[in-house]
Design a protein around this ligand. Structure first.
Ligand SMILES: NC(=O)c1ccc[n+]([C@@H]2O[C@H](COP(=O)([O-])OP(=O)(O)OC[C@H]3O[C@@H](n4cnc5c(N)ncnc54)[C@H](OP(=O)(O)O)[C@@H]3O)[C@@H](O)[C@H]2O)c1
Length: 338
């Protein structure tokens, strides 16, 4: 079968198709024929050698996909061959076929297209965990979503708006602001051309926001802390702006400086909470993951939410898909069809 095997780190051109042997499912495993792959920013960072949770090379990247169960192993009682499913994991999805333990299989949404099914799990679960589990978001909260036009961003915007929150969203291009405004963002801010702190102060009559989803790091994180209200909650789920060049000591210093840090004494006087989250831990805690998945799925169906699929590529175009995500010109989710 065809697969992208990451043998060395580097630019998008290191992504080359190889032929690899397929394997049969063992006890409590299933084999899924992949139809559509969902891309995640962590795969860009893994390809560059900057993702701490990546497995040892060589390995097949890819954290999520949609496809059909082709075979089931011993002990699998509640899944059938032929069922359409979503696969989640830390790696392994840039391929035609994958064998995974049953806890990495989630039910597909019948009202979603294949692209939407491949686009949902990682980004909506990440946004849900950050906003609902960690920040305990309420309808009365003012919410700031950084990089709101991206995959996680468009998921977070939809979730917060469906709950009834007033939402501020940032992005680096005006075309992305149009998208997030259409998704319901009340105050769209171009954080490259405008000072988002000043805009938020102006729109809130000198106040700030109660909940912040932060994915960029560096100056964006530092300025986010300036607009966090007393009793506010900020959760860091990524550092998209960090770009460590291991051969350049100046870049070590810049990376160290831009990793989000907090001053507990300053937070204490305002009774603020700053947290962080990583979806990887959920794979080790099936009970918690399924509880979260159930809550998220019910909310999604109740409010008629769907992931924003911004770009679709063919399997042979994986390098192009990576280039687009890295360029900051993508919006919503990028998917790749087999
Ligand atoms: N903790 C978790 O479990 C988890 C899970 C999924 C994703 N994440 C994180 O969430 C963030 C979004 O992930 P995603 O997959 O949905 O990607 P994405 O948002 O579709 O793409 C990344 C976005 O980051 C913004 N960005 C800001 N500074 C950047 C820079 N210097 N270079 C490139 N992009 C920059 C860009 O938006 P603008 O151009 O509008 O600024 C870009 O569109 C990432 O930080 C990712 O690592 C975390």
């Amino acid at each position: 079968m065809k697969a992208y095997v990451l043998k060395k780190v580097g630019g998008p051109d290191v992504l080359k198709i190889s032929s690899v042997a397929s394997s049969s499912p063992g006890t409590n495993e299933v084999q899924v024929q992949i139809e559509t792959i969902g891309l995640n920013y962590a795969e860009i960072q893994s390809r560059k050698g900057l993702y701490g949770w990546a497995p040892k090379r060589p390995y097949i990247p890819g954290m999520e996909a949609y496809g059909k169960i082709r075979a089931i192993g011993d002990g699998v009682t509640d899944l059938q061959v032929g069922t359409q499913v979503i696969v989640v994991g830390q790696f392994g999805c840039y391929t035609e076929e994958i064998v995974v333990p049953v806890n990495q299989i989630l039910p597909a949404f019948k009202n979603f297209t294949p692209a939407e099914n491949a686009a949902f799990a990682v980004q909506f679960m990440t946004a849900w965990v950050a906003l609902f589990e960690i920040c305990r978001i309420r309808a009365t909260d003012r919410v700031l979503i950084q990089a709101a036009a991206g995959g996680v961003g468009t998921a977070a915007v939809q979730l917060a708006k469906a709950l009834g929150c007033e939402v501020f969203g940032t992005a680096s291009k005006d075309s992305k602001l149009d998208l997030i405004s259409r998704l319901g963002v009340d105050h769209s801010i171009n954080y490259h051309t405008d000072d988002f702190v000043a805009v938020i102060r102006e729109k809130t009559g000198g106040e700030g926001v109660d909940v912040i989803l932060e994915v960029v790091g560096g100056e964006v994180f530092r300025k986010s802390m300036e607009v966090l209200n007393p009793f506010g909650r900020l959760v860091v789920i990524g550092f998209a702006s960090l770009n460590l060049n291991k051969l350049n000591p100046l870049s070590w210093w810049e990376t160290w400086k831009d990793i989000p840090r907090v001053k507990i004494d300053a937070m204490a006087t305002a009774s603020q909470v700053v947290g962080a989250s990583h979806l990887g831990y959920l794979l080790k805690d099936t009970k918690r993951m399924m509880r979260i998945w159930t809550d998220l799925s019910l909310f999604t169906l109740e409010h008629g939410l769907k992931p924003v699929v911004g770009h679709e590529f063919k399997f042979e175009e994986m390098a192009e898909a990576h280039k687009l995500m890295e360029s900051r010109n993508s919006h919503g989710k990028i998917v790749v069809h087999i």
